[in-house]
Design a protein around this ligand. Structure first.
Ligand SMILES: [Zn+2]
Length: 249
């Protein structure tokens, strides 16, 4: 299937050579795909200004084999979500979202649920909203759409049901809760994760992305969930995400 026509979100747009760009797009039916936009950086180009990250595009990509780098023959902007770029905090949240999807997916592995989550996630970002919370909730959902869904119902070390052993810890390496006994024995780095924090994560998983704005997380729950999800994400993909703190000085 050499010619791919699809809608998708631009995850990344990288300068390539003197005049080209390599564009990475996340699409509902093909997953993550990549292609070269030849001459994209020349003054007059058919790609004029549509290759920016976060944009929703319709794309035609010619690829000899699924493994080869494709050639983008046509790309049309459907929605730019340009308001994302008007506010640094909003832009950081959006950058976190696209980088999460880029880091946790492999090429050509379709996951329509992940795609829908990304579209809704970007749409949910508004300067007046708690966008750091939106990015956190998005992170919980993204993990839920992969094989890296963290385990909260039983201890990841001994398998004891969490109901009998109230979870006390979260292990980024093991990808889930660790019971009090295993925690005492030591299983590497552990983070505290209270019952309230686990309940928050499970509630966030159950609600669909458009309904997540109802959720609020404050105080220690917010800190615990943010710390646990960030550490776990890093353990899974080995890459850090853009941080909100980098803009504060
Ligand atoms: Zn245990």
């Amino acid at each position: 299937m050499p010619l791919v026509r699809t809608r998708g979100i631009i995850l990344r747009s990288l300068k390539w050579g003197d005049a080209d760009r390599i564009v990475t797009v996340y699409s509902p039916n093909f997953g993550k795909i990549r292609g070269v936009a030849r001459g994209a950086r020349r003054m007059k180009t058919r790609f004029g200004g549509v290759l920016e990250p976060f944009g929703l595009v319709d794309l035609s990509l010619f690829q000899k084999t699924p493994e080869s780098l494709g050639q983008i023959s046509q790309i049309d902007l459907v929605a730019s979500y340009s308001s994302i770029r008007e506010n640094l905090t909003v832009m950081t949240a959006a950058a976190r979202m696209v980088k999460m999807v880029e880091a946790i997916t492999v090429d050509r592995d379709p996951n329509p649920g992940m795609y829908t989550t990304l579209v809704h996630g970007l749409k949910s970002l508004r300067p007046e909203a708690d966008v750091a919370l939106s990015a956190l909730l998005f992170q919980i959902h993204v993990l839920g759409h992969t094989g890296f869904r963290p385990q909260f119902d039983s201890c990841t070390e001994c398998g004891q049901l969490a109901k009998q052993h109230i979870p006390q810890w979260f292990s980024p390496r093991l990808g889930g809760v660790v019971c009090h006994d295993c925690g005492q024995r030591g299983v590497g780095r552990m983070l505290s994760l209270s019952k309230g924090s686990v309940a928050f994560i499970e509630q966030a998983r159950r609600l669909s992305i458009p309904n997540l704005s109802r959720l609020k997380a404050i105080g220690s729950v917010r800190i615990e969930v943010e710390t646990a999800m960030e550490a776990y994400f890093y353990a899974v993909v080995g890459k850090s995400l853009p941080t909100f703190e980098q803009w504060v000085s």
